[in-house]
Design a protein around this ligand. Structure first.
Ligand SMILES: [Zn+2]
Length: 401
């Protein structure tokens, strides 16, 4: 089935490439033509379904979520009480929520037993509509370490190898390792502390490579960041540069330079309601977080946006809000941020034929009623979302009817 989407402007990705009065032609799950309206219209069959919008751009990519969690307070208790069937339904529902808000790819960095991967397969087979999902399955963590309740506890080299092999068998797209502690459970190491030594992290990267899988490392403390960078991970999650002992930050220029040199991507993982989050963490903490991003940027570090979706208030249907952090708080241009959430994110996550509007690319398309380059809030005014060619009615449309 063909769809012709005409628009006042087509943002094809990467940043800077824009076709005024353009169109995108889609055939089933693939984009077949992109260009000036008249040219593309001439290629469309008479039976093509026609749409029009102010702006068309590639579907958005969220680099860090947890679909097993429901984003409400008390989500951890509900997760622990829930059976697999209940979690599967929740995962599918939240993935669809994200999709209706324009997110056509989500990378999930921690679930129980690879449940997200089962939903991914169901979406890929066309049984249910949903975004493209990438998943890690249970993250590697020491006994009772950060997020141990996902089932990925490992103790020693043999257990590390075994867990990675099992995650690969579950069909994981990425191996997640909790390089530092976290705040989810009282018994786990504090956020600034390492959970694995350099040899163990190197073993994680080496074993993952045997299965052709990239590694995402959760790292809050500078010690954990250093160890993960030396081990050669692919993405650093959070990357908040906490000093040993937990007091203040320990920003290391040499390490930031090395992150950029190695092409490691940083996922800051900040929630959609970042303004509300700042009220909780305090003005100074919020300002320091912004300064860290700007400081890494000076060294040319590459970023991928993510939300840690599923944590309290980190909802799945307001990705535009999360992206607005980079525009409003960090001060980057809308063009740069949209590029980071589409073309850049696809590159960082190793996805080819995704994150761009070009013939042969996946038909992941977001059509808007306004111009997000001039008014970033236009990202909320979705008119049509296509996920590999499947049309989804956006929430924005339901609200306006
Ligand atoms: Zn996370």
């Amino acid at each position: 089935m063909q769809r012709l989407i005409t628009a006042g402007q087509v943002l094809v990705g990467p940043a800077g490439e824009r076709i005024p009065d353009g169109a995108v032609l889609v055939d089933d799950d693939t984009i077949t033509a992109v260009g000036p309206r008249a040219e593309v219209e001439a290629q469309a069959g008479a039976e093509a379904v026609r749409h029009s919008a102010a702006t068309v751009l590639p579907g958005l990519i969220n680099g860090h979520v947890h679909l097993v969690w429901d984003a409400g307070f008390g989500m951890l208790d509900r997760y622990q009480e829930a059976g697999d069937e209940q979690l599967l339904l929740g995962i599918a529902g939240r993935a669809q929520q994200a999709l209706r808000a324009g997110v056509t790819t989500l990378r999930d960095l921690g679930d129980r037993g690879g449940l997200v991967l089962r939903v991914r397969d169901s979406i890929d087979r066309g049984e249910i509509t949903g975004p493209r999902l990438l998943g890690s399955g249970p993250p590697l963590t020491p006994p009772k370490g950060h997020c141990w309740f996902f089932g990925g506890e490992v103790d020693g080299p043999e257990a590390i190898r075994d867990r990675i092999r099992r995650n690969a068998e579950l069909g994981a797209d990425v191996i997640k390792v909790m390089a530092s502690g976290g705040q989810m459970t009282r018994e786990s190491a504090p956020t600034w502390q390492n959970q694995f030594d350099g040899d163990e992290l190197a073993l994680v990267v080496k074993t993952a490579a045997e299965f052709d899988l990239p590694v995402a490392a959760h790292a809050h403390g500078t010690d954990a960041i250093v160890a993960a960078v030396e081990a050669g991970v692919d993405t650093l999650e959070h990357c908040s540069w906490q000093a040993a002992g937990g007091e203040g930050a320990d920003l290391r220029d040499d390490v930031a330079r090395e992150i950029a040199r190695r092409g490691i991507t940083v996922c800051h993982a900040y929630p959609p309601d970042w303004a509300g989050f700042a009220r909780i963490t305090g003005e100074a903490g919020a300002r320091a977080a912004v300064e860290r991003v700007r400081w890494m940027d000076e060294f040319g570090v590459r970023f991928v946006p993510g939300t840690d979706g599923g944590l309290p208030t980190s909802v799945f249907d307001n990705y535009a809000g999360a992206l607005n952090y980079y525009v409003e708080a960090v001060g980057w241009s809308a063009e740069r941020v949209l590029d980071m959430a589409t073309t850049g994110a696809a590159q960082a996550l190793g996805l080819t034929g995704v994150g761009r509007l070009a013939p042969g690319c996946a038909a992941d398309v977001l059509a808007l009623d306004g111009d997000p380059l001039a008014d970033f809030a236009a990202l909320h005014r979705q008119r049509l979302v296509l996920a590999r060619g499947r049309a989804v009615a956006p929430d924005a449309q339901l609200l306006s009817e």
